[in-house]
Write a protein that binds this ligand. Structure first.
Ligand SMILES: CC(C)(COP(=O)(O)OP(=O)(O)OC[C@H]1O[C@@H](n2cnc3c(N)ncnc32)[C@H](O)[C@@H]1OP(=O)(O)O)[C@@H](O)C(=O)NCCC(=O)NCCS
Length: 135
């Protein structure tokens, strides 16, 4: 797998990956999400490709204090082959290169299976409650 930055023309492919892995929600516009992440110096979308096929993604960004990842995904037919681990290491490296000392991520309550994936990579559960407001 080769890891690179998402280009504008591949947004439909990465959105198809997010849909195939159940990461999209009706209230989020994934195309706009990808464009906004690419428009800022503090964020990007990393993709993993095998030949011409886009097989993995991770949106990564720095909010001024912490790093965050969103849209971590591997194609259903390529899961379990450590591609998720590779794209997460690339996201960590992207942040490390910008002097960011901590990476955080949010897991939807119902997504139980993925917790062991992150734990295997060394991530720990934080004792925090995430709150939000629509703007
Ligand atoms: C989570 C995801 C990115 C992992 O990618 P992957 O390439 O399959 O993962 P890896 O091969 O690097 O690691 C697999 C390890 O993670 C663990 N794991 C736990 N739950 C898992 C799951 N649902 N899928 C894959 N691995 C899982 C296993 O321990 C496995 O290790 P093992 O092979 O020793 O059993 C991928 O399963 C995915 O796209 N899931 C759907 C989208 C999603 O939930 N994203 C995260 C949102 S927070």
């Amino acid at each position: 797998m080769i890891i690179s930055t998402l280009s504008e023309d591949r947004i439909p492919e990465v959105v198809a990956l997010w849909e195939a892995t159940g990461l999209t929600r009706p209230w989020n516009d994934p195309v706009a999400d990808a464009r906004k992440a690419l428009a800022n110096d503090g964020s990007t979308v990393l993709i993993g490709t095998d030949g011409h096929t886009l097989v993995a993604s991770a949106m990564v960004g720095f909010d001024g204090h912490r790093g965050w990842v969103y849209y971590v995904a591997v194609s259903p037919d390529r899961q379990g082959m450590r591609l998720g681990e590779e794209i997460m290491h690339a996201a960590e490296e992207w942040l490390r290169g910008r002097g960011v000392g901590k990476l955080q991520l949010m897991i939807r309550e119902e997504n139980h299976a993925v917790r062991s994936f992150y734990r295997r990579l060394g991530y720990q559960t934080e004792q925090v409650t995430v709150m939000s407001i629509r703007l």
